[in-house]
Write a protein that binds this ligand. Structure first.
Ligand SMILES: NC(=O)c1ccc[n+]([C@@H]2O[C@H](COP(=O)([O-])OP(=O)(O)OC[C@H]3O[C@@H](n4cnc5c(N)ncnc54)[C@H](O)[C@@H]3O)[C@@H](O)[C@H]2O)c1
Length: 253
């Protein structure tokens, strides 16, 4: 039997209690990595995932969580900065407190986790950071001004971090999911006036005609995190059913 691809590697996935993060944590573990999940509540994680409760808006709690994880796993090779929160509206709709709240999680959360993880990653022979960005960083989506700005920052940070840590052997990449079928989207649909019509509109926006699956994003993250991607750094990998790059003609009747 061949050795699992991520055997011997140790990973920390933020936001790994739900959606894309949960699918990623499970996949990394299935490929042989030891995986810890950092989230607000990790009580119902499936084995063999290890949970560490922390709030990414609290620097001390993130530092403790990363230090505990590295100690328990005997080091850290992979950091997946996946946790994020949404916001709706145009640039007029959210007050300063909401802008600070979303940036505190989506941007500063990534900064805090990366800052705490870097000393451990420097000691790894296969160090990788993968950030969950979004189609919202590269396409103008209506009613997503604040969220898009936060994900634009994630895209730029991915490039800047890839440059800064290149010579240390730490690769930094991101995935850009299109609308993905996760509890996040369930919440969005449940809040809509007509959830079925809203889902149909989101599906129709995808050239593939369906939402992206969490396990499809997880597969892209696992690739970027793996030694198979040793020459890939500063890249953003769209997992969006063609939404960013394609301009298909409507189907002929
Ligand atoms: N679902 C989509 O359509 C979609 C599309 C593009 C990008 N994304 C991005 O994918 C990532 C995951 O989204 P998802 O759809 O799986 O969402 P989700 O809501 O299912 O999961 C997000 C997880 O992040 C955790 N989290 C939130 N704030 C936190 C904090 N302060 N500290 C620690 N953990 C925190 C939540 O508890 C949750 O478990 C996010 O960064 C999101 O922006 C999602």
């Amino acid at each position: 039997m061949s050795t699992p691809e991520l055997q011997g590697l140790r990973a920390l996935v933020t936001g790994g209690a739900s959606g894309i993060g949960a699918a990623t944590a499970r996949l990394l573990a299935a490929r042989g990595a030891q995986v810890a999940v950092l989230d607000l509540d990790t009580t119902s994680l499936p084995a063999p995932l290890r949970g560490v409760n922390a709030d990414l808006t609290d620097d001390a709690s993130v530092r403790d969580a990363v230090a505990d994880t590295a100690q328990q796993l005997g080091g850290l090779d992979i950091l997946v900065n996946n946790a994020g929160i949404g916001a709706q509206g145009t640039v007029e709709d959210n007050d300063d407190a909401e802008w600070h709240r979303v940036f505190d999680v989506n941007v500063l959360g990534l900064v805090r986790a990366s800052r705490a993880a870097l000393p451990h990653l420097r000691r790894s022979a296969h160090a990788a950071i993968v950030n969950t960005c979004s189609i919202a960083a590269t396409a103008g989506l209506p009613q997503r001004a604040l969220y898009s700005a936060s994900k634009g920052a994630v895209l730029s940070l991915t490039l800047a971090m890839a440059a800064d840590h290149l010579r240390e052997g730490i690769r930094v990449n991101c995935v850009n999911p299109g609308t993905a079928d996760t509890p996040w989207i369930d919440r969005l649909l449940n809040a809509a006036e007509d959830p079925a019509a809203e889902r149909a509109a989101l599906e129709a926006r995808q050239p593939t005609g369906r939402l992206v699956r969490a396990d499809e994003v997880a597969a892209a993250i696992a690739y970027l995190a793996s030694p198979a991607a040793a020459s890939v750094t500063g890249a953003s990998l769209a997992v969006d059913g063609g939404m960013q790059g394609l301009r298909p003609r409507p189907e002929q009747g």
